[in-house]
Ligand binder design. Structure first.
Ligand code: AMP
Length: 212
């Protein structure tokens, strides 16, 4: 799932994963957990995350390769926040060559809406789940306290949006010629985005011969 920060990738990826009975693999979640746990990976990722920059390609590609090799990802998976560079996309193509068709959904949202969404976004400080607009007090999954992400502050958001334009947006041109690429209007209520994603997947499956 492609799209800028705040496009709703995490929310939609979670729904899609539950609906299809496959894991949601979010590199952002994995990296944040590593930072929280104080692992070597977390130590080296923290500075990049806190400054709004990308973690190095080698480290992130390694994380994804390892995660995709797990038993629960053999029948399919939803990737959230990966790939974010052309180098990562090329590595993913290498993995997918032996695994089947990749459906690419680009969630499109105007920049002023992204800035507003990120300013009010909260996540659970215990389990990392995204809070929805109607759960502003405690996490619906575990009851943990909700906090703002350290990288959702106004200054860092500007940097993340610049990094998106420079390093991730070129992936739209990279994937657009493929029959399994679909662009989704992400500037709608979440249920409408989910519906748009469901029909995009159905048509991408028909076009690309992927399993649904
Ligand atoms: P996210 O939760 O997807 O917004 O990711 C939060 C932060 O984690 C990003 O701003 C990056 O610093 C880092 N990150 C997540 N995914 C990647 C990736 N695929 N490549 C490089 N850095 C990433």
């Amino acid at each position: 799932m492609l799209g800028p920060p705040g496009a709703g990738k995490g929310t939609q990826a979670e729904r899609l994963a539950v609906q299809h009975g496959v894991p949601k693999i979010s590199t952002g979640d994995i990296l944040r957990r590593a930072v929280q746990a104080g692992t070597a990976l977390g130590g080296s990722a923290k500075q990049a995350i806190d400054s709004g920059n990308l973690v190095g390609d080698d480290a992130v590609i390694g994380i994804v390769r390892e995660r995709l090799a797990c038993a629960d990802a053999q029948a399919g998976f939803v990737l959230d926040g990966f790939p974010r560079t052309v180098i990562q996309a090329t590595a993913l193509d290498g993995v997918m060559a032996a695994r089947g068709v990749l459906i690419v959904l680009d969630i499109v949202v105007p920049e002023d809406v992204l800035v507003q969404r990120l300013a009010s976004r909260r996540i659970c400080s215990a389990c990392g789940a995204n809070a929805t607009a109607d759960t502003r007090q405690a996490c619906l999954k575990c009851g943990g306290p909700l906090v703002m992400r350290t990288d959702d502050g106004a200054g860092i958001v500007r940097e993340r949006l610049k990094v998106y334009q420079r390093q991730t947006r070129p992936l739209v041109e990279y994937y657009a010629p493929r029959p399994t690429f679909r662009s989704i209007d992400g500037n709608q209520v979440p249920d409408a985005v989910t519906e748009a994603i469901d029909s995009a997947i159905a048509s991408a499956v028909a076009a690309g011969g992927a399993r649904q």
